[in-house]
Design a protein around this ligand. Structure first.
Ligand code: GLY
Length: 395
C-alpha cells in the first residue's frame, strides 16, 4: 500500500469513528432528553387544574401559568405528551395525553381566530400519527373545515385576527403554521378546498410578507375586499421593519412544510432563502440561540428566545431532507448546534425545577411586556419535535 493510500484509509477510518461517536452521542442525548421529559412532565401535570393547559412558569411564585382551551397554545401540551409517549411508552403519559385531547376536542368548531392549526394539528395530528385512531382523524378534518371559514377570497388569505389593535384585516406570518392542518386534511380524506386555501394563502404571503433579504414582516394589514396592502407592521417584534425572531422561524418552518406537501420548488427556494437570512445574520450568537428580535439595537443585552431556536432547528432538519451538499450540511449542523445548546444547562431545566417545563429563556411578547425570558410550552413542543426528527432522519 502506498503512503498516499494509507493516509486516505486512515482518514476515512478516523472520519467514520468520529461520525459514529457523534451519532452515538446524539442518540444517547436524545434518549436521555425523552426520559427527562417523561419525568419532568409528570411534575408539570400535577401543577395544573383539570380544565386548563400549562403555558409558562413564574419562578418567583413557584407557580405554573395556565390558559383556557381556546388559547392558541392549547395543542402543544397534548402534542408534547404524545411525542414523549411515542419514545417512552409510559402509560401515565399516554393517559394524560388522552385526557387533554378530550379537553380540547370542543375546539374543533372554533372559528374566532386562525390558530386552530396549532391547537388541533399539533395535538390530534401527533395522536393520529401515533395511534391511527380514526376518531382523531375525523376531528382534524372537522377542524380544517372550521379554519377554512376564515379564508377571505378578496384578499386571497386567511384572516388571522378579527380585532386587534388598529388593524383592519391582519394576516400574521405565524399563520403559515396553521396551513399544515389544512393541506394534510385535503390529502387525507378531507375536501380539496382546504388544500387550495393553504396554497393560496402561502402564495399571498410570499408576495406581501417578505423583504428583499427574505426576512418577514410580522403583520400585513389588508383591505379584506380588494386585497390591497394597507400596512406592513409588527405586533410582537421590535419595530415594523425589524425581524422578530420567532416570526422568522414560523416562516422557515411554514415554507419547508408547504414544499413537503406540494413538491413545488418555489416553496423550497423560499425556505432556503429564509434560512440564509437567519443563518448568516450577524446577530445570531455563537450558541445559535437567537435574541428575541434580530434587529433589537440593544443586542447583546436583550433576552434570547429559546422557542425560536427550537422552531428553527426543527425546520432546518426538515429542510436538510430536501437539500444537498453544503446547504444540507449547514442546516443540519446548525440545527444540531441549537439542540446541543438547548440541552445545555444555560437553557435546560434541572430535574424537578422550572415547574416541570423542559426549557428556560423564551420570549413571548416583549413589546407587550408579556412572557419575557420564561419557559413556554411551545418551546418544549418544537424542541421535542426537533429531537425526534434528528433521531428519525440523521441517526
Ligand atoms: N403565534 C403567536 C406567537 O408566536 O407568539
Amino acid at each position: 500500500m502506498t503512503l498516499h493510500k494509507i493516509s486516505i484509509t486512515a482518514f476515512t477510518v478516523l472520519s467514520i469513528v468520529f461520525h459514529a461517536q457523534t451519532k452515538k452521542e446524539m442518540s444517547k442525548l436524545i434518549q436521555n432528553e425523552f426520559q427527562f421529559a417523561d419525568q419532568q412532565y409528570k411534575i408539570l401535570m400535577k401543577g395544573i387544574p383539570n380544565d386548563k393547559m400549562p403555558q409558562s412558569y413564574k419562578s418567583s411564585e413557584g407557580k405554573v401559568i395556565t390558559k383556557d382551551i381556546s388559547w392558541w397554545c392549547s395543542g402543544f401540551y397534548p402534542g408534547s405528551l404524545w411525542m414523549i409517549y411515542e419514545q417512552t411508552k409510559d402509560p401515565e403519559i399516554k393517559k394524560e395525553a388522552e385526557r387533554t385531547l378530550n379537553l380540547i376536542e370542543p375546539n374543533k368548531t372554533f372559528t374566532r381566530d386562525h390558530d386552530l392549526g396549532f391547537m388541533m394539528y399539533c395535538s390530534f395530528g401527533n395522536a393520529y400519527r401515533i395511534t391511527k385512531n380514526p376518531k382523531y382523524k375525523e376531528i382534524i378534518l372537522q377542524s380544517a373545515e372550521s379554519l377554512s371559514t376564515r379564508f377571505r377570497p378578496g384578499m386571497k388569505a386567511i384572516l388571522s385576527w378579527d380585532k386587534m389593535a388598529d388593524f383592519k384585516a391582519p394576516v400574521i406570518i405565524d399563520n403559515m403554521m396553521n396551513l399544515e392542518m389544512l393541506i394534510w386534511a385535503s390529502q387525507n380524506g378531507g375536501t380539496k378546498k382546504t388544500g387550495e386555501i393553504a396554497v393560496t394563502h402561502a402564495n399571498t404571503t410570499i408576495k406581501n410578507h417578505f423583504r428583499p433579504d427574505y426576512s418577514s414582516y410580522h403583520v400585513i394589514d389588508y383591505d379584506v375586499n380588494t386585497g390591497e396592502v394597507l400596512g406592513k407592521k409588527t405586533f410582537q417584534g421590535y419595530s415594523d421593519s425589524s425581524a422578530w425572531a420567532r416570526g422568522q422561524g414560523w416562516a422557515l418552518y411554514g415554507y419547508t412544510m408547504i414544499y413537503r406537501f406540494t413538491k413545488d420548488e418555489k416553496y423550497l427556494i423560499q425556505a432556503q432563502n429564509i434560512a440564509k437570512f437567519i443563518l448568516n445574520n450577524p446577530t445570531l450568537p455563537e450558541d445559535k440561540i437567537p435574541y428575541w428580535d434580530f434587529n433589537d439595537p440593544k443586542i447583546p443585552n436583550v433576552p434570547r428566545d429559546a422557542s425560536s431556536a427550537a422552531i428553527i432547528s426543527s425546520a432546518l432538519l426538515e429542510l436538510g431532507q430536501y437539500s444537498k451538499g453544503e446547504d444540507r450540511k449547514n442546516y443540519v449542523d446548525t440545527a444540531k448546534k441549537m439542540l446541543l445548546s438547548l440541552s445545555n444547562e444555560k437553557y435546560h431545566a434541572k430535574p424537578r425545577e422550572n415547574g416541570g417545563f423542559l426549557l428556560m429563556h423564551s420570549t413571548g411578547g416583549l413589546p407587550l411586556n408579556s412572557e419575557i425570558d420564561v419557559p413556554l410550552i411551545y418551546a418544549d413542543y418544537y424542541f421535542l419535535e426537533a429531537l425526534k426528527r434528528y433521531k428519525d432522519w440523521y441517526l
